[in-house]
Design a protein around this ligand. Structure first.
Ligand code: GLY
Ligand code: MN
Ligand code: MN
Length: 433
């Protein structure tokens, strides 16, 4: 049995049962669907790749601790819509102790849940399944004191699975390194191919082509490819403007490899040479990025690192003439938010913005210290609006972000995305060689 599933069973205990649903296909329009993406919690526990499945996890069961309800084999459906594992495949290839057609789930539910103290189930994710569970619970109420013993405590498993997902196993780290390597190469290819006259869409295509050609499933989020002032829009995804000589290009793109995401941002000159003004802003961001990367280590809290990024970037804004005044006052007033308005990083894993809490106590926001096995991004940026009359004219319309993926270790950290350069000289060398 998969380690993740075994650990989950140990944590929920023998008086509990868990019902964890897979994702469903989502309609794109009329009778076409979006490309299917498995629910990450379900995938984490089971690795089962198909939609419309449910895992029932019963640590106390003697024979069937892990039951998978799946779409049954069906020659006609498989001819139209693709192969299915069916009940045999669920057992043989995914280690289910028992597998049944998904249609049987509702009628099996009373048998499965009867006698359990606790039910781990997340309401609010799958309305149809919510209704099945609620029907079961209300139906059992009348019988409760006579013949039935339904679970009386319902627990949302999101937090428990989230905490597990937050701490990566060596096998998960290996997959994340692969996702990071593929994305790093893609960024290098984009730097080499970039030139004035290309369209942002073509850079997006070069990057995503490299993802697929290298064995990744595709992008792990919508790629951001913003030339010139488009780089000052944080989630710019139009990606359809021509790239101009003399502009910078911001590329925020990562891939998904066997479920795991990478997330890299690089900002480089469209024509291969930074102007003096661009480089001045670039070097401010790079220096902050290096400091925050070094601070991504055991014991430092999410808040410590965010505060560090704010302090250093505020200093940088003063140096560039974007802000004037005492650093302490500028921070207190939130003046820096005009040019730096996001977090310095987030957890990374099966989701690009991965699971797990950012605090240790509800009241102390972002109080969580980093621990070995966590993977975080570090991604400070400066975004100077094109119409900002208070900024020096030479900096207007410059947007810069530099983002790496960092594994926290016992004695420091490992930069998973070291494969793509970020030093301005090194970028120029790649682009001109
Ligand atoms: N690309 C999303 C992020 O950097 O958080
Ligand atoms: Mn990110
Ligand atoms: Mn990113």
């Amino acid at each position: 049995m998969r380690k993740q599933l075994k650990d989950f069973m140990e944590q929920i205990g023998k008086d509990a049962i868990a019902v964890i649903p897979a994702a469903h296909e989502q309609t794109r329009s009329y009778d076409t669907e979006f490309k299917f993406h498995q629910d990450p919690d379900f995938y984490y526990l089971t690795e089962f790749p198909e939609p419309d499945a449910i895992a029932v996890i019963d640590p106390a069961a003697r024979k069937s601790r892990f039951t998978l309800f799946v779409r049954p084999r069906d020659p006609l459906m498989e001819t139209w819509y693709g192969r299915r594992q069916g009940v045999e495949g669920a057992k043989k290839n995914y280690g289910a102790d028992k597998a049944m057609p998904i249609e049987k789930f509702e009628s099996e539910l009373p048998k499965l849940l009867n006698g359990k103290e606790k039910l781990y189930y997340r309401f609010g994710l799958d309305n149809r399944l919510d209704q099945v569970i609620l029907n079961y619970l209300s139906g059992q109420r009348f019988r409760r004191l006579k013949t039935a013993y339904p679970p009386h405590t319902i627990i949302d498993p999101t937090l428990l699975i989230g905490e597990m997902r937050l701490h990566k196993t060596p096998e998960e780290v290996a997959l994340m390194q692969k996702a990071a390597d593929i994305a790093a190469e893609a960024h290098v290819v984009a730097m080499r191919e970039c030139k004035p006259g290309l369209n942002e869409a073509q850079i997006e295509a070069i990057i995503e082509h490299h993802f697929r050609m290298s064995g990744a499933a595709g992008a792990s989020y919508n790629s951001i490819v913003g030339g010139g002032a488009n780089a000052t829009i944080l989630h710019y995804v139009e990606n359809n403007a021509p790239l101009k000589d003399g502009d910078l290009l911001l590329v925020d793109a990562g891939c998904e490899y066997q479920g795991y995401a990478s997330d890299i941002t690089r900002t480089f000159p469209v024509n291969g040479r930074f102007t003096k003004a661009q480089r001045e802003v670039y070097d401010v961001v790079l220096e902050v990025q290096l400091e925050c990367l070094a601070a991504t280590r055991k014991g430092v809290t999410v808040k410590d690192r965010q505060d560090l990024s704010i302090e250093l970037l505020t200093e940088g804004m003063k140096k560039l003439g974007l802000l004037k005044g005492k650093t302490k006052d500028l921070i207190k007033k939130g003046a820096y938010m005009k040019y730096y308005m996001h977090g310095v990083g987030h957890y990374l894993g099966l989701d690009v913005h991965d699971a797990g809490r950012y605090f240790t106590e509800q009241k102390a926001r972002f109080s969580r210290p980093f621990e070995p096995g966590m993977v975080l991004t570090v991604e400070p940026g400066l975004y100077i609006p094109a119409d900002d009359k208070t900024a020096p004219a030479k900096y207007r319309g410059i947007g810069i972000r530099i983002e790496d993926d960092i594994l926290v270790t016992e004695d420091g950290n490992v930069n998973l995305t070291v494969g793509v350069p970020k030093d301005a000289d090194a970028i120029e060398e790649i682009m001109n060689s």
